[in-house]
Design a protein around this ligand. Structure first.
Ligand code: FES
Ligand code: FE
Length: 449
């Protein structure tokens, strides 16, 4: 608990112990106390549209089958045979009516019920099949097609867990009666970094853009000048969940708005579905970057696939920072498009996304390298012996120019200008609360600053 104590002591001063990024015991506890309890993003409903469609996903390090059953419901089934614990699903995705365990042949339907086993009468005749199905996640729920599950029966309902973040998800995912869909299969790649570096970055680390991503401006892949892009809001939407908007002060400002979506598309949005305040924020926003605690991130921004040669277009990527041991993260990356986009619009959005936020994308490659060294510092003996702490003080009273916004129309706490790290302090405050909460009891949802 020494590191958690250090976190408690340091946070009010904007200090975080780097050991959180490299300590094995902390990691083991994260698997139980965060991934074993929080609502974790698994899939988008468009990935499993037809009955029997399934994808194999992870909660923490454990595999779950996310499947649309015969009645259209979504089930999240622990991928372990009830007979000996063998993995029953051997494919990343597909369509099936049954899963048959490769070891002795127990067979489960799309709801996870045990429906048969070889030589049933001799082997098990008399034993009820009920109660021997695949084990289900404790709760499953979707928000605008985003499917989440939790392993904790005492978890609050998803909308309560999202809290104010739901209002901001509406800005992007609730603009259209048709909703969004995923293009292609998610990309996956493993890097030698701790999973929290991704969440930390997407909670609103805009400060790195001008240094680490400088080349992106040099080749003209992003249409808003760096300093102008730092204008906007940081929002602690709910405990743990943070986001950041690059935003024009008024709608008449030149440059891309509405996340850079093409005007023909914006004209199709059913803006009566969101409030006037939500619409105003969406209209003025160039970029939205968000993290839903613990490891689900969202990014919407105008991007172009080939430098200045094409005008930018709105790109939406959603991603998870999948823990893979304390020193590795598997990055899962999906591209979302509105279902009613034309094929040409979808194609451009996908290409622009691939060129920037993908395994070989201009932005992505920049980010992953520093995160690897954060994890190395997190494991270092020197950091431990020298009581090395990370500085998360930007935007605290007396530090920098960020100021709380008095009349912010949305839920949560907002700061003007993105020179601010309260969004990350919010993440680590809830992190500390969850890491300490006893099983069964949920931390009280509250903000401290
Ligand atoms: Fe699955 Fe025996 S382990 S049928
Ligand atoms: Fe980045």
């Amino acid at each position: 608990d020494a590191l958690l104590d250090a976190l408690d002591r340091g946070l009010p001063h904007g200090e975080i112990p780097v050991g959180l990024f490299g300590n094995q015991e902390i990691y083991d506890r994260e698997l139980r106390r965060l991934f074993g309890r929080c609502w974790v993003f698994l899939a988008h409903e468009s990935e499993i549209e037809a009955k029997g469609d399934y994808v194999l996903r992870k909660i923490g390090e454990d595999s779950f089958i996310v499947i649309r059953d015969e009645h259209g419901g979504i089930n999240v089934l622990f991928d372990a045979c009830r007979h000996r614990g063998v993995q029953v699903c051997r494919s990343d995705s597909g369509n099936t009516s049954h899963f048959r365990c490769p070891y002795h042949g127990w067979t489960y339907n799309t709801k996870g019920d045990l429906v048969g086993a070889p030589l049933w009468r001799n082997a098990f005749g008399g034993m009820p099949k009920e109660g021997n199905g695949l084990t289900k996640a404790a709760k499953v729920a979707s928000y605008h097609g985003l499917v989440f599950a939790t392993l904790d029966p005492s978890a609050p309902p998803l909308e309560e867990y999202l809290g104010g973040m739901a209002w901001y998800l509406d800005l992007l995912f609730g603009l259209n009666e048709h909703g969004m869909e995923i293009v292609g299969a998610p990309q996956r790649f493993v890097i030698d970094a701790n999973w929290k570096s991704g969440s930390d970055n997407f909670a609103g680390d805009d400060y790195h853009l001008g240094t680490l991503h400088r080349s992106v401006w040099e080749i003209g892949a992003f249409p808003v000048p760096f300093r102008e892009n730092m204008m906007g809001y940081h929002v602690q939407a709910a405990p743990g969940h943070s986001l950041s908007f690059s935003m024009a002060p008024t709608e008449d400002e030149p440059g891309p708005k509405f996340f850079g979506f093409p005007e023909e598309l914006v004209a199709t949005f059913d803006t009566s579905r969101i409030s006037a305040h939500q619409l105003d924020i969406a209209r003025r926003s160039r970029v939205m970057v968000a993290n839903v605690f613990p490891n689900f991130s969202i990014l919407a921004l105008p991007m172009t696939e080939d430098g200045a040669h094409h005008p930018p277009t709105g790109v939406v990527t959603i991603r998870t920072w999948q823990p893979h041991g304390v020193g590795q993260v598997e990055i899962w990356n999906w591209f979302c498009v509105y279902k009613n986009m034309t094929p040409a619009q979808k194609d451009r959005a996908y290409r622009a996304g691939l060129g920037t936020f993908s395994m070989g994308g201009a932005f992505e490659m920049d980010d992953t390298e520093p995160w690897i060294t954060v994890s190395r510092t997190g494991r270092s003996v020197a950091a431990d012996l020298l009581d090395f702490k990370l500085n998360y003080q930007m935007g605290m009273p007396g530090v920098g120019i960020a100021k709380p916004v008095e009349d912010w129309p949305g839920p949560g706490i907002s700061y003007w200008t993105r020179y601010e790290e309260g969004v990350q302090r919010n993440l680590y405050r809830f992190y500390g609360d969850m890491m300490r909460a006893e099983p069964g009891a949920w931390p009280k949802f509250s903000f401290d600053d």
